[in-house]
Design a protein around this ligand. Structure first.
Ligand SMILES: [Zn+2]
Ligand SMILES: [Zn+2]
Length: 360
């Protein structure tokens, strides 16, 4: 990695964007300041930006962060390099690139050195793509915009085989599932369950299937069963049916829970084989009780995982490129963002809204 020299007093350009003017207010069209690309910066012309559930929480001030309005959300960015700083070596004008959930980190802590920038423990921490304070002291603004300037080391290459609109959601939803599936070794001979078939879950099904695992979807109802099987699931069960928890007892090596609603964790731990792991990637608002007995009785683990580092995110994109995997997207115009937010909250999306940046 190159050393970052903090930029001198930079000049800025205003570009079109959609921002939440304050918590609770609908997003509206506005402009946002982008710095002129510094020595190691890349100017990206954004083509598509995915809508992640986190965008909605943040734009509505639900995560206790009230200081950063107006706020431009968006951390599933796919676009094309429009210009590069004089010191940039990793990307060229015209390259297809992506930006995920963070745009910088301390680069010096053990996690950063190990490529686990998402878990940066340095003073800077991982700098969120929006609503965070960057190295230059400016608040970061995300991808619901036409352009963004990002340090070259925090930009990913998007393989030519993935359409850019289908690639955008990989930068958050895709890596959120790829990382635990890789870490806990989903693959041939392994039985993997994905809890919830939404934006995150549908990526889990596709990726776990491509890794060679036997994949089961555990969803509240059988409403999306046909989709689940089409996306690569081998089995599909409704968790609203108590018989499911008897039928599937002691079945799985790995369960990845993408649901952020309250869940009976003990019941799900009962579905694990001896030594199995239940991984949380959704974040429920309230603490979730768990009985130690459900863990100790058969040496089970309850774990968590958050997105992925830069090297692993690149590995995920290359994996998806090689296996023909993109997200299932519903392309919208920018003026439909507020309506899309309501539909995400009503679980009425198959499976990710993606904003066409040409309409911003
Ligand atoms: Zn996200
Ligand atoms: Zn760090």
């Amino acid at each position: 990695m190159t050393t970052h020299t903090s930029a001198p007093a930079t000049t800025h350009t205003s570009v079109p964007a959609y921002a939440a003017p304050s918590a609770k207010a609908p997003l509206e069209r506005t402009t946002v300041r982008r710095r002129e690309p510094g020595e190691h910066d890349v100017l990206i012309e954004i083509k598509y930006s995915g809508i992640c559930h986190s965008d909605i929480h943040t734009a509505r001030g639900e995560w206790g962060d009230d200081g950063h309005f107006p706020l431009v959300p968006g951390h599933e960015i796919a676009g094309v390099v429009a210009a590069v700083g004089s010191g940039v070596t990793r990307h060229r004008v015209g390259d297809r690139v992506g930006v995920g959930c963070f745009v910088d980190s301390c680069r010096e802590c053990d996690n950063c050195k190990a490529g686990l920038q998402q878990y940066c423990t340095g003073k800077l921490g991982n700098v969120g793509t929006y609503g965070a304070t960057g190295r230059d002291g400016e608040v970061t603004q995300g991808g619901y915009s036409t352009h963004v300037v990002v340090d070259e080391n925090y930009i990913l290459r998007i393989p030519g085989s993935i359409p850019l609109d289908e690639a955008a959601p990989l930068l958050c939803a895709g890596i959120t599932l790829y990382s635990p599936l890789t870490h806990w070794q989903a693959g041939p001979g392994k039985k993997v369950a994905i809890v919830g078939l939404g934006g995150l879950g549908h990526m889990g099904v596709k990726i776990a299937h491509a890794m060679g695992a036997e994949v089961t979807v555990l969803s509240q109802s059988l409403r999306k069963e046909a989709d689940g099987l089409r996306l690569g699931a081998d089995h599909y069960y409704a968790t609203s049916d108590p018989a499911t928890f008897e039928t599937l007892a002691d079945s799985f090596d790995l369960i990845v829970n993408t649901v952020s609603a309250d869940l009976d964790l003990d019941a799900y731990l009962g579905l694990l084989k001896t030594g199995g792991t239940l991984v949380q990637v959704g974040i429920p608002e309230r603490p979730q009780p768990v009985s130690s007995f459900a863990l100790v009785a058969r040496r089970k683990s309850l774990a968590g995982s958050m997105i992925g580092g830069i090297p692993e995110t690149q590995e995920m994109l290359d994996f998806c490129g090689a296996h023909g995997i993109g997200a299932e997207v519903e392309l919208i115009r920018a003026e439909q963002i507020n309506e899309a937010y309501e539909r995400v909250l009503a679980s009425d999306v198959r499976y990710r809204f993606v904003i066409d940046a040409a309409t911003i």
